[in-house]
Design a protein around this ligand. Structure first.
Ligand code: PLP
Length: 408
């Protein structure tokens, strides 16, 4: 990586943002100018190991050569048609993504929240057209602690007051039950239920991994109740947990799987609803759409992402490196780490609150060349690109240990 020298310093650039950017984020005080693989570089040329990886949008690292090449090739040919016309990249993307996930049909969108919104619409339409729920009575059961995005409908069923407070009136038609509680789920499902929508691992909530058997029970009870199982794999999917999809840990096939983040290879926003034909088949021309969804640039990058996953290499790496991460975190328990949850190369780490908030710990780690993000309270999330090496993971955990011990 050649060092970038910017005309303005980090401090100047951060100061320049303040008056003109909406304050809906509170970024760490680092100004990234360049990146490659698992490493980023700030405007002063300082290097950091990226242990957040764009909330898992960068599963393949920054600027993976195969993905950059696919994007370059497509940029030189065709970037956008809208779905008013066909484009020569979309069919292959849809075919290969459906095959990768073991499902039949694909609805291409752009952001994660759009995929979730699309799935809600499809589930409701399915409930009216196929299940026979009376008009406007369909319900969707979701889990407490969920994070599915930021639109008005999605925050309507959030249990996080920061995410939802002040944004009402809210969209009706959702029932919230505790996560990881099949009995509560079963009690909430009735003849009006179109779907159960859950994250197989709750990412934003702090990498909450449900008990073994929970996902299989959700599959079984939704089947019995005659409603759909929608798995939001926007953060957990595409290699992160050591499998292509996190539901594979329990050999479960949902009716709809939602993908996003890493599907765009860290280059363009690409999301998708992937589903059984009987489910996505309810949509007719004009009932749903997106100007950018399925554009040829997105399809080209998405196809290159699927191609990387078809090799199985990244899923394998996530599983193997996940063991390194787990072993390193276990050695920190009692030394500043109160507890942690991990699946694949993904961990939520609860730090002793006496040592600082998650934000403070993240700032101290940043000063030591490690970029992480806190979730709630004193929990930090570790999710490096799947291209990171075992030595880099061990080095990062060594630094975490030093920071928690107050040695730096
Ligand atoms: C599980 C899950 N669903 C949906 C979303 C929303 O994705 P986006 O920010 O692309 O709208 C996120 C983002 O963090 C997520 O983690």
């Amino acid at each position: 990586m050649t060092t970038v020298v910017s005309a303005r310093t980090s401090a100047e650039l951060i100061g320049a943002e303040e008056p003109v950017l909406a304050h809906n984020y509170h970024p760490l005080p680092v100004v990234v100018a360049r990146a490659e693989g698992a490493w980023v570089e700030d405007v002063e040329g300082r290097r950091y190991l990226d242990m957040l990886a764009g909330y898992s949008a960068l599963n393949f690292g920054h600027r993976h050569p195969a993905l950059i090449e696919a994007a370059h090739r497509q940029l030189d040919r065709l970037t956008l048609t809208s779905r008013a016309f066909h484009n020569d990249r979309l069919a292959e993307f849809a075919e290969r993504l459906a095959a990768l996930t073991g499902l039949d049909m694909v609805l291409p969108m752009n952001t994660g929240a759009e995929a979730v919104e699309s799935a809600i619409k499809v589930a409701r339409k399915w409930a009216y057209d196929v299940k026979g729920v009376p008009a406007d009575r369909a319900t969707i059961v979701v889990a407490a602690g969920n994070f599915h995005g930021r639109t008005t409908t999605i925050v309507s069923f959030s249990t996080d007051e920061v995410a939802r407070g002040g944004f009402g009136p809210f969209t009706p038609g959702f029932r919230v039950v505790p996560y990881n509680d099949p009995a509560a789920l079963e009690a909430a499902v009735d003849d009006t239920t179109a779907a159960v929508l859950i994250e197989p691992v709750q990412g934003e909530a702090g990498v909450i991994v449900p008990d073994d058997g929970y996902l299989a029970e959700v599959r079984e009870l939704t089947r019995r109740a005659g409603c759909l199982f929608i798995a939001d794999e926007i953060q957990s999917g595409l290699g992160r947990t050591g499998r292509t999809l996190a539901v594979e840990h329990e050999s479960v096939v949902p009716d709809m799987v939602l993908l996003g983040k890493a599907l765009g290879g860290g280059i363009v926003p690409v999301s998708a609803v992937v589903a059984r034909r009987e489910v996505l088949g309810v949509l007719r021309p004009g009932e749903h759409g997106s100007t950018f969804g399925g554009n040829p640039l997105a399809a080209a990058v998405g196809t290159a992402v699927v191609e990387l996953l078809e090799t199985g290499e990244f899923q394998r790496r996530a599983a193997e490196l996940g063991e390194v991460l787990r072993a390193g975190l276990e050695s920190l328990v009692g030394k500043g780490v109160v507890g942690f949850r991990a699946r694949g190369l993904w961990a939520g780490v609860d730090v002793d609150p006496a040592l600082g908030t998650g934000r403070e710990i993240s700032e101290r780690l940043m000063r030591e060349g490690i970029l992480v993000k806190d979730t709630h309270g004193s929990t930090i999330r570790l999710a490096p690109p799947l291209t990171v090496t075992a030595e880099e993971v061990q080095g990062a955990l060594h630094t975490v240990g030093k920071v928690l011990a107050g040695q730096v």
